[in-house]
Design a protein around this ligand. Structure first.
Ligand code: HEC
Ligand code: HEC
Length: 497
């Protein structure tokens, strides 16, 4: 749900930019004027209607001539599709063929998650989407002459274990990494050569697959490849059954929970022991993981939106032990610590539980507390009252970080009760049993050019402390056990005598 909300937010922004954009060339002509210029002779009524809708909805990114060069496309990565060149990623057809009409209809309806290409299902009627299919095809004469045959998807049973072996044999890991997180050894180089904004897809995040993440959909991507990217076709390299097993293995890697299980509340589990600095420690299993979607930040100067943050989500766990609060923040980052600009993460608390300040870094009348960790320099703390109004403080927290197999594990640990010489931000933020404090997370991938305010952020969530279990139920249980034992001993001795 939250993810839908974030993508809608991204949307609203795009549409707002699109609606206000009056670039040279578009300024003189309104949609209707453009539409009335019509198509070349011989266009079908569906294409004519499709053109009118296209000029209202799609032209901003895909351009009037379908070249992927609309006024909003500048700086957009991946680039909007060039319909004249017609290299389509999402096809049910073999490599070298164009997509079927159903493929185009599906992409237009559902969009391409994790890219600026929106889904139009809820905005345009079915008829209008089919008219757009007709119009998009009219940009390339190849659609008239070439055959397009959908591949048959196997229906028999499949083995995830054998799929895992195929993943090794076919060397998918070279790009997608051992654990599937897109951190394979040649992916960064490919990224650069192909001018791609991201590495090979992170296979543990099924919702970011452009063409869907059911085994059948994954089978088609592996079989036919994604045109215009380093992800080639495996139809001639692997048998149907091998690709079918592999598709099931890839589907099994998807670790993100169902959208409906996202929630806004982080409950810090109570522990009697120390908060362990290692993310693998068993103690962390006590804390319920909360899946926190992240989206690109709106950058103020120049006004733009960061479309392609590396991290699309993070997992957050919290523990407290009466003295300290620990927050374990984990997210996928294929490139890890080595980059020119440092990776970083921050946790932001509203300074007072009653107020939910404006997004990142608060504002004059509602300050925020920020715990910031940078891979190269470590921990820093601020009170902030706006995007450029930071007041540095002695960090009231410690941090332990670890990058492994394409994933960052960063543990923030701060004092709840004041220690001499240490300010205690959570305490000041009113964190106590029974209070709900607004909290927000943000991470940066330096290798992806993210620095300063160019980052991935979450929306506001809430954090609260689980109340420590009282001693009474234990005593009661102990009393019951003792009473039973004494009773049995008495009964046995009675029976014996
Ligand atoms: C906000 C910008 C934006 C708007 C508006 C937009 N698109 Fe796209 N579109 C993109 C981007 C970016 C891609 C390429 C994504 C990628 O390569 O991963 C794309 C890709 C596509 C593709 C290619 C699918 C494939 O298999 O490769 C089709 C078809 C498409 N868009 C149709 C449309 C239609 C029709 C509309 C209007 C109803 C539209 N788009 C509106 C940005 C946009
Ligand atoms: C040479 C590097 C490379 C190799 C090898 C490779 N991939 Fe990919 N793969 C990519 C890239 C890059 C993308 C993302 C393409 C894009 O959207 O721009 C991708 C995307 C994908 C996707 C996502 C499809 C979607 O709908 O978004 C799947 C699934 C996938 N690859 C599976 C595999 C499997 C399984 C193998 C082994 C048979 C494999 N890949 C081998 C580079 C590679």
């Amino acid at each position: 749900m939250l993810r839908n909300f974030l993508s809608k937010l991204a949307w609203a922004f795009t549409l707002a930019v699109a609606a206000t954009a009056r670039p040279v060339g578009y300024a003189a002509s309104t949609h209707l004027e453009l539409a009335s210029q019509g198509l070349s002779h011989g266009a079908s009524p569906a294409e004519e209607d499709g053109r009118t809708i296209y000029l209202q909805r799609c032209v901003w990114c895909h351009g009037e001539a379908g070249r992927g060069d609309g006024p909003s496309a500048a700086g957009m990565l991946p680039r909007p599709r060039d319909f004249v060149a017609a290299h389509y990623k999402i096809r049910s057809t073999p490599h070298g063929q164009l997509p079927t009409d159903e493929d185009l209809f599906r992409t237009i309806s559902r969009g391409m998650p994790g890219t600026p290409m929106p889904g139009w299902e809820k905005i345009l009627s079915k008829e209008d989407r089919w008219k757009l299919v007709a119009y998009v095809k009219s940009f390339s004469p190849r659609f008239q002459s070439e055959k397009r045959e959908a591949l048959a998807v196997p229906t028999g049973s499949a083995s995830v274990d054998r799929g895992r072996e195929v993943y090794r044999q076919a060397k998918c890991f070279l790009c997608h990494g051992e654990a599937g997180r897109g951190d394979g050894e040649i992916t960064a180089r490919l990224n650069f050569e192909w001018g791609l904004p991201f590495s090979a897809r992170d296979l543990t995040r099924g919702w970011t697959f452009l063409g869907g993440h059911t085994p059948a959909e994954i089978y088609l991507r592996i079989t036919g490849g994604l045109n215009g990217t380093p992800m080639g076709p495996y139809q001639d390299l692997l048998t149907d059954q091998e690709r079918w097993n592999l598709a099931h293995y890839v589907a099994s890697l998807d670790q993100e929970p169902d959208e409906t299980s996202e929630d806004f509340l982080i409950i810090a589990a109570f522990t009697r022991s120390k908060i362990p600095p290692q993310h693998e420690a068993a103690e962390w299993k006590k804390a319920r993981p909360v899946h926190v979607p992240l989206a690109g930040q709106v950058v103020l100067n120049p006004p733009a939106r960061w479309w392609t943050p590396t991290a699309g989500s993070s997992t957050v766990r919290a523990l407290w032990n009466g003295q300290d609060l620990g927050l374990l923040v984990e997210w996928d980052d294929p490139t890890g610590p080595d980059s020119r600009w440092a990776d970083s993460a921050l946790v932001q608390f509203a300074a007072s539980p009653e107020l939910r300040p404006y997004f990142l870094f608060g504002q004059a009348d509602s300050p925020v507390k920020v715990w910031h960790w940078q891979a190269q320099t470590g921990a820093e703390s601020w009170t902030a009252t706006g995007p450029d109004k930071f007041h540095a403080e002695v960090p009231g927290f410690r941090v332990a970080s670890n990058w492994k197999d394409g994933r960052w594990h960063v543990l923030f640990q701060g004092a709840l009760a004041s220690e001499p010489g240490l300010p205690a931000p959570p305490r000041q933020a009113g964190l106590a049993v029974g209070s709900f404090v607004p909290i927000l997370f943000s991470v940066r991938d330096g290798a992806n050019g993210e620095r300063d305010h160019v980052r991935a952020i979450s929306t506001w969530l809430y954090v609260t402390l689980e109340s420590p279990p009282s001693a009474r139920p234990w005593l009661l249980a102990l009393a019951c056990v003792l009473a039973t034992v004494i009773g049995q001993v008495w009964l046995i001795s009675k029976l014996r005598s």
